[in-house]
Design a protein around this ligand. Structure first.
Ligand SMILES: [Zn+2]
Length: 913
């Protein structure tokens, strides 16, 4: 909403000039759009600088403090040698610490005392504007940022706190996103001229929220890492460009479908490709022969049975499909029943099973999904709380785990030592690993190398947190605690026995195997999935132990008697669909996405109705499959796994300072825009044909005898069609419009709101004719919602349009309403100062007035109807009233309306004249 935000332009290699822009235009809480979509960055910067000079305010270029200069030039000078910053604890003067969240702020404030003021930024203070044109490839990839209204308040608190402060310490989360938050805050404070020249600006990172680690982090301050910021910018720009360019294309070719996003598209492709494999899967029949042997002839209650399976028949080794029919199986049964058996030999094997690696984001999400049935999103939410700090029973607050977005396996030496000594204390020294176990992973960028996820204090046992944490948080903490302990423990030893049993000439051989845990090792505290298969429940465990004992007592030549023979029919199973945990694992294996993106990827796919989750299994919806097929057909790069993985590597290279980010964007954009142009010329018929070819079996499976002849006209053929109106898909007759037969409607949009709107009218809806031009007035639906259009689409004609996406019941819009809405923008007159037109425009919530690059919202006029507003427009006068300078009065109506609850600059007053 225009009233609530200020739109800011950033050309971040040109921060000096932009600072001047902001001095001119930005005035604290007041909403101003500082960007004209038709004006390029450079000319805007020049103009703005010029006008500020005219007003006698020189741009703040001359009085650069050294500190500011490093901040300013960071976009340009990467190799600038970083001066060591002074230690920030204890503080010699007042320090302002900025973190993301209130919780984190409270906990840290408790550690640091009065010399520090810890404030939350509530996440990002600005973000890319969510509309087209926010990333501009033709303007050196400049980006338009938007500041949500709440962020102004948070920035103001920081600004106020900085008065008299010696240090500004930016301590947002220790990753690219956190680095970007810190950078945005500095940018915004610079633009508001809130960084005085004696202020030291420093970045510190807290990998864990505990008193000692926070104090030592304050003694290792650094500058903002420009490479991390660039990697963030490149990712944002890339994702934005793909989203905002694919979405309108998708909308036109596949109504109702939005772009899934860059990483999400690759994830969707994985899910849809698997579904294709399942569709195409042909089950194969095979048979198994399973028997039980007994040491004595005939069966008795006390005798031991050895379940065995057939491995050789007729002196041939069998594979899964060797016995493919009942007839074959029966023949084998007959033969076996006539034979006598003895033990051929046995083999014992000891296997060492190493403890698992410490948790990183992906493995934590997988394990929590498998063992606790948590979604990736939920796991991250709980982990964030554990990291940020929890009020403990002794009244103190502390972060319970290290930072949860990490792909580093490293555990600090000190922590590893503590873990080992607790293992020895609780489980005995024979379970503690010989020395400290170290885990490594090749990481490209040391700056991004984090520790693995572990408890901040291993002595804080899960049992001590019962009652402090809610049930699910405690479960997650327990999982993290156990895995961390396991990592410093001895391997488990597994004893396996294998006995081969055969007839006299050994042409028929069976095998019997059993395994048991000889030494639990780490499995005393942490049970991985494989361990679970070995250590079954108590009863079965005993039985298994007995089988193990019985098998190990067998010697070669011992006679054995067949007590049971079972022939079993099987069919091969299709590959299974992904669970969330399995998909995260796959994404990680392929190098798609990063610790920060797995959870959000899952969420987006579900929010867009591309994927549904049933019993923790991900099922692609037909809509998701269409989008994925469309993208892989026309934008192969977007859905290609290896391309997406390469792009992630490129982004890692940017963050390591090895790749220049704008060059990367340029390369990509050149190719991508070519695809876009090509696809915009693809006819919807081609899309229909492509989808029909790909999903034909699925689409026409409902037809009783697979005949696609139209049952209505008996001439046409049934084909897959995309509705030209609204967002539906159906199977209909190709003789349309001669034959209007529709065999089946396919679910186009599950969105109730859209569905209910679709019922009331067919779109585009002709509302009537424009009295002046006899042009049709149409109500249409587009990627950004419903809009009105004057005249039909035709070549060389740019129809006038007005968005009605904010109107809930678009079906009720009348011709009169439409004519009214289509009148805007209306020129109210020329500005007395520069003779440029002052224009009244429709805005999302009412009206706005625009003069050159400045847009000011028109306050709500109470009951004044739309029409009256316009006639009043030129007559609006601003009166600077003594009692309340922020009111203006409309003379004729004598309506007094509050313009703003915040001060306006003279400029805005004069603008409204
Ligand atoms: Zn027909």
């Amino acid at each position: 909403m225009l009233e609530n935000q200020v739109l800011l332009l950033l050309s971040h290699c040109n921060i000096l000039t932009n600072t001047a822009v902001f001095q001119n235009n930005s005035t604290g809480n007041k909403p101003v759009e500082a960007l004209d979509s038709s004006v390029s960055t450079k000319s805007q910067s020049k103009k703005a600088t010029g006008s500020s000079n005219k007003k006698g305010k020189s741009p703040k270029v001359a009085n650069e403090s050294p500190k500011k200069q490093t901040v300013h030039t960071m976009g340009k000078i990467k190799s600038l040698e970083q001066r060591p910053l002074k230690k920030l604890y204890p503080s010699s003067g007042k320090s302002v610490v900025v973190v993301e969240s209130v919780t984190k702020a409270k906990v840290i404030q408790g550690y640091l005392g009065d010399m520090y003021e810890v404030l939350p930024s509530y996440g990002h203070v600005r973000d890319l504007a969510g509309r087209s044109g926010s990333v501009r490839p033709d303007d050196d990839f400049s980006m338009v940022w938007e500041v949500p209204s709440a962020a102004w308040t948070h920035l103001k608190s920081i600004k106020v706190a900085l008065g008299g402060a010696e240090n500004l310490i930016l301590a947002s989360d220790p990753d690219r996103e956190g680095e970007a938050i810190a950078w945005h805050i500095i940018e915004m404070l610079l633009q508001q001229d809130a960084l005085h020249k004696d202020l030291t600006v420093a970045r510190v990172v807290f990998h864990e929220i505990t008193e000692s680690s926070i104090k030592s982090a304050l003694d290792a301050p650094r500058e903002i890492d420009v490479n991390l910021v660039h990697a963030y910018l490149a990712r944002r720009a890339l994702d934005y460009l793909i989203g905002f360019n694919i979405s309108p294309l998708l909308w036109r070719k596949l109504p109702g479908c939005q772009s899934a996003g860059r990483v999400q598209s690759a994830a969707l492709a994985l899910i849809c490709d698997r579904e294709m494999e399942i569709d195409e899967f042909k089950p194969q029949e095979y048979w198994t022969v399973e028997v039980e042997f007994n040491r004595k002839q005939g069966s008795s209650m006390n005798s031991k049975f050895f379940p065995s399976y057939l491995t050789h028949f007729d002196s041939k080794k069998l594979n899964q499909f060797s016995i493919s029919s009942h007839t074959e199986a029966k023949a084998i049964e007959q033969e076996i029943n006539s034979l006598e058996f003895k033990v051929i030999g046995s083999k014992r094997n000891k296997m060492r099973k190493n403890p698992p690696t410490p948790y990183i984001t992906s493995t934590l999400q997988q394990d929590a999904a498998n063992k606790l049935h948590f979604s990736a999103m939920y796991t991250m939410k709980l982990a964030q709380r554990l990291y940020e700090g929890v009020q403990l029973s002794d009244g103190k607050a502390a972060g319970l785990i290290t930072y949860m977005r990490t792909d580093g396996l490293h555990v600090s030496d000190e922590a590893a030592k503590d873990i080992r000594s607790l293992v020895a204390e609780r489980y005995g020294s024979n379970l503690a690993s010989d020395g400290v176990r170290k885990y490594f992973k090749k990481v490209k960028n040391a700056q991004e190398a984090h520790e693995a996820i572990r408890p901040t204090d291993i002595q804080r046992l899960p049992s001590m947190l019962a009652g402090v944490l809610d049930e699910d948080s405690l479960k997650l903490y327990t999982l993290i605690w156990s895995r961390t302990m396991a990592c410093q423990m001895e391997p488990a030893t597994i004893d396996q026995i294998q006995v081969d049993i055969g007839n006299a000439n050994e042409s028929v051989v069976f095998r019997s195997t059993c395994s048991g845990v000889e030494f639990f090792g780490y499995q005393a505290v942490y049970k991985d999935v494989e361990a679970k298969a070995i250590r079954v429940d108590e009863n079965e465990g005993n039985e298994r132990g007995e089988v193990f004992k019985a098998l190990s007592s067998l010697k070669a030549g011992d006679p054995l008697y067949l007590s049971l023979l079972e022939l079993e029919q099987h069919h091969t199973l299709p590959p299974s669909r992904y669970s969330e945990g399995a998909l995260v694992k796959k994404l990680e294996e392929l190098g798609i996405g990063r610790p920060s993106t797995y959870a959000i990827t899952m969420k987006v796919l579900q929010d867009r109705n591309y994927v549904t989750v049933k019993n923790r299994v991900l099922y692609p919806e037909f809509r998701g499959r269409m989008v994925s097929a469309f993208l892989s057909h026309h934008f192969s790069e977007v859905t290609d796994y290896s391309f997406t993985a390469d792009m992630e590597t490129e982004l890692d290279n940017v963050s390591a300072g090895l790749t220049e980010w704008k060059g990367l964007l340029k390369d990509y954009w050149t190719r991508f825009s070519m695809y876009c142009n090509r696809v915009s010329n693809v006819h919807i018929h081609q899309v229909e044909k492509m989808l029909e070819k790909k999903f034909g079996d699925f689409l026409f499976s409902f037809l009783p005898d697979k005949s696609r002849t139209c049952p209505s006209c008996m001439e046409g053929t049934l084909i897959f069609k995309v509705s030209r109106f609204g967002s539906g898909y159906f199977i209909g007759c190709d003789q349309h419009p001669k034959c209007k037969y529709i065999a089946k409607m396919l679910d186009g949009d599950d969105d109730e709101e859209v569905a209910s709107q679709d019922k009331t009218f067919e779109e585009p809806k002709a509302l009537g004719l424009s009295p002046g031009s006899s042009e049709k007035i149409l109500l249409k639906n587009g990627p950004y919602g419903f809009y009105l259009q004057l005249g039909e689409d035709r070549k060389g004609y740019l129809p006038k349009r007005a968005s009605v996406s904010h109107i809930k019941d678009v079906g009720s819009i009348t011709l009169e309403d439409a004519l009214e809405l289509l009148r805007y923008p209306v020129t109210l007159g020329n500005h007395p100062n520069d003779d440029h037109p002052v224009v009244l425009k429709l805005a999302k919530n009412g009206f706005s007035i625009r003069h050159r690059r400045t847009i000011a919202p028109v306050p709500k006029m109470g009951n004044v109807p739309f029409k009256l507003m316009e006639t009043l427009g030129p007559k609006i006068r601003i009166k600077k009233r003594r009692q309340n300078p922020y009111m203006y009065r409309e003379q004729r109506c004598s309506d007094i309306v509050t313009l703003h609850d915040t001060p306006l600059k003279e400029k805005e007053f004069s603008l409204l004249v």
